[in-house]
Design a protein. Sequence first.
Length: 365
Amino acid sequence: MRFTAAAEEQVEFTVSPLLEAVHSWHVLARPGHHALHVPWVRRCRELPAPLRRLMRENRFVVADYIPAFFEARADDHEASFTEQLDAVRALPPEHLAAELSQTLVDTTRHRGHDLVHDTATRDAALAELDQNDPDRAARLRSILTDPTETLTAALTALEDYWTAAFAREWERIEPALQNAIEHAGRQIARDGVFPMLRSLTPQIRVAPQHRLLRLDRPHDHDITVTSARPVTFTASHYVWPHVRVTCDDPWPLRVTYPAAPLAPLPQTAPQTANREEILAPLRALAAAPRLDIVASLAAQSRSTQELATLLGLSPSVICRHLQQMTQAGLTTTRREGYYVLYSLDQARFRHIATALAALAGTPEQ
């Protein structure tokens, strides 16, 4: 994702009861991938047997690919679970069919839009499923013909799950999620967008000098974030350990990131979040040559060649150290003629010092 100079105006934050219920259902469908959420898995074993059976029958809807239609009205801070669910039901059938079909095919090879609108793509996907999984092929044909029946069954399971269990769970975790996005807002006000983005999750990598956010995904996109197309970061407890990205039309640009495990309770969230924020830079500093580089750059900006001469190391070794420091946000670069000069990111170092002081219970000076 490429940001313009007005990045602070192109980033939004939200929480969503519907998305959170969906991600928690995904946890129940794939419990082995979600070690932090074992307590919830155990609690849900006490759900009524008919509901557990209904959720098992429809878990394909959330087991791997999470349909983007669950993000309907996710940016509306006033929308309740029921209102967001009604917004899903009101979506055009072709959007529902495209997203539901994605739950049944290899998403790196087939896109839902093509399955709905391109006969050759649809026939190829169905032929492959007919050979390997006839039941799944039959389900895909049903969705492409009319998604209403499949959607109704999935939403019925989700609604019953909300009533039986997740409404109470949402009351418990929503304050922590709200606290997480407030903390992100304070970070933006204090340090800017990119230090905040770097702190969200290790899977998000930022290059402030190029105004870039990177996430490794098989779905390759190069996206420019603008005021007309902002990116919304949705804080979630149950999405962990995933980071989910929505970037295809007609859906708004969204990154759903794991917030609550890193900031579990409002009264302790700032300290816990600070702990996570400082791990990457501390690891990047945990080598004598990199501390020597910091001491050298504290005096002035320097090139790789200058640092190599001063520290008695080869330029290639200096480059490797600088790369780790830059990835951790400790250094920035600028070009002057032939040379690339490295400087310390003073705001980043101040933020680390503040976070360490808070973690140790030391008042800021």
